[in-house]
Design a protein around this ligand. Structure first.
Ligand SMILES: *Cc1c(COP(=O)(O)O)cnc(C)c1O
Length: 505
């Protein structure tokens, strides 16, 4: 039921403050006093009319229908649905941050600029890159910025014959999409039986037409590419640049740096690795880091620190922070948003990084990989088919339900839906498409051993049910507010607009 359907004409939230209700609804008094009659709307806005308690109960009930990290284990591979400390939220929502207007002058925003500058420095350090821009507002937009910089670099050198971007088939789906958005042709190369890039195919695909290669690492198969330095050499020798999809940095944080591996550009999903509640399409932050040669092309604005000057700013000898503009970076690929990116997300990332410190970052990587490897080993012991048992997992790994499907007809999707009844959010299903009937499982660093053991037990129960009572699994979920939905209809006939049948319209 929608809040509009709970509406009763004349019902207000101000039962305890009648004078306020009168001020709002009186025709020429209260809040409307002084506004010329011609500017006042004549008809009522089509808003729900409900008491405060109606509203509180409605939204509380809705929130209880949700599966969320706050209520359930959420091993959605590639999405890093980990616990986001409340402190990040609280500090990012300090009233002075929230009240700051995006057009307010830099002189009144030195505090927030100092935080953003520090975050740029932390991300440079973590990735080993020479410069960082925080502007992209999603991972995919970070990729767009990164490949646009690769393009700008080649163009600036008059090297215009490079028309192709190489993308391994174990890359995230946004990688080839990004290359196409930037005007490149995608050359896909296969993965070998170990889950690594097929080097012979890479050599054959590389040439003077190669603008660069986009590598998702760890790949969507959950493995860390073994021959990363060979790949680096093949691409650089051909004059191409190397792009690192670092959306999921939690497996390597504080352990290895893409800059040291020779990458020219990287994006990181701050909303995944650096802690912001995400999902449902946003909000996000896809900061980009670049090597020396791409510095002139960074998206604007970038925060710079300047020494205090005698004439301007720098009260009491403090550092002065300012946004760099086109005047500073004339070759920049430009702006990606109206103002300065998703500052609320950037502040959460900053608080998170400062809370972790260097030691905490190491622990993130250690626990992300320990949890993934523990869960992979336990599921392997329980007889499930791990896709790459010979490889260590990074932050995630794949289990194939193909043997179960062959034996019982129960698919990966059936298992995923039944997991909901057992109190677990399903893993990512049918992605990547390289492994049939796959579940891509990412336990994240914030889960306990008991939770992981509970998840293994649930999967074993479902496997037993698949043999004993397959109809039960096929009909799942049975305990959720909605049953199995028609995904195709939902996608093809998406209808999110409430239409009133009220005569007010
Ligand atoms: C999530 C993800 C992306 C895309 O990030 P968005 O913020 O959803 O645009 C890109 N690459 C990988 C590997 C990812 O996991």
């Amino acid at each position: 039921m929608l809040i509009f359907e709970r509406s009763h004409p004349g019902r207000r939230n101000a039962a305890q403050a009648p004078h306020f209700a009168a001020a709002i609804s009186g025709p020429s008094t209260g809040l409307r006093a002084g506004i010329p009659a011609a500017l006042l709307r004549q008809d009522q806005p089509l808003l729900p009319e409900a008491s405060e308690m109606d509203v509180v109960r409605h939204y509380t009930r809705l929130s209880q229908k949700n599966f969320s990290i706050d209520t359930h284990f959420y091993p959605l591979g590639s999405c890093t649905m980990k616990y986001n400390p409340r402190a990040c939220n609280t500090l990012a929502m300090l009233p002075n941050f929230l009240a700051r207007h995006p057009l307010a002058p830099e002189t009144t925003g030195q505090g927030v600029l100092a935080c953003l500058y520090d975050l740029q420095e932390i991300l440079k350090d973590v990735t080993g890159m020479a410069g960082v821009s925080l502007m992209p507002m999603a991972g995919a937009q970070g990729e767009f910025a990164g490949v646009a910089m690769i393009r700008a670099y080649h163009d600036a050198r008059g090297d215009t014959g490079r028309t192709e971007i190489i993308v391994p088939d174990a890359a995230h789906g946004t990688n080839p999409a990004t290359a196409v958005m930037c005007g490149y042709t995608v050359k896909e190369i296969p993965t070998d039986t170990n889950g690594d890039v097929d080097l012979d195919a890479l050599r054959a695909a590389t040439g003077p037409q190669t603008a660069g290669l986009m590598l998702t690492n760890p790949s969507t198969l959950g493995v860390f590419e073994k021959r990363i330095t060979d790949i680096q050499k093949i691409i650089h020798d051909a004059g191409g640049l190397l792009y690192y999809d670092g959306a999921n940095l939690n497996a390597i944080l504080g352990k290895v740096k893409p800059g040291d591996m020779g990458f020219d550009v990287i994006h990181m999903n701050l909303h995944k690795t650096f802690s912001t509640p995400h999902g449902g399409g946003g909000p996000g932050a896809g900061a980009v880091g670049v090597a020396e040669r791409l510095l002139p092309f960074l998206p604007l604005p970038v925060v710079a620190k300047e020494l205090p000057s005698p004439s301007g700013g720098g009260v009491g000898g403090e550092d002065v922070f300012r946004y760099l503009t086109e005047a500073d970076l004339p070759q920049s690929i430009g702006h990606l948003s109206a103002f300065s990116g998703n500052i609320g997300i950037l502040l959460r990332a900053y608080v998170y990084a400062r809370m972790l410190g260097t030691e905490g970052m190491h622990r993130v990587a250690e626990f992300a990989t320990l949890n993934a490897n523990y869960l992979m080993a336990e599921l392997g012991k329980a007889g499930f088919t791990v896709a790459f048992p010979q490889r260590r997992a990074s932050h995630e790994f794949i289990v194939s339900m193909k043997p179960l499907k062959d034996a019982t007809g129960i698919s990966a999707m059936d298992v995923a839906k039944r997991l909901l009844d057992k109190g677990f959010h399903p893993p990512t299903t049918y992605f990547p498409m390289l492994v049939p009937e796959c579940l891509l499982i990412e336990p994240t660093e914030t889960e306990s051993k008991e939770t992981l053991d509970g998840f293994v037990a649930a999967l074993k129960e479902i496997r037993d049910e698949a043999y004993a009572t397959p109809e039960l699994v096929k009909g799942a979920p049975h305990t959720m507010p909605v049953r199995r939905l028609d995904d195709v209809k939902a996608a093809r006939e998406l209808d999110l607009t409430w239409k009133s049948n009220s005569t007010l319209l």
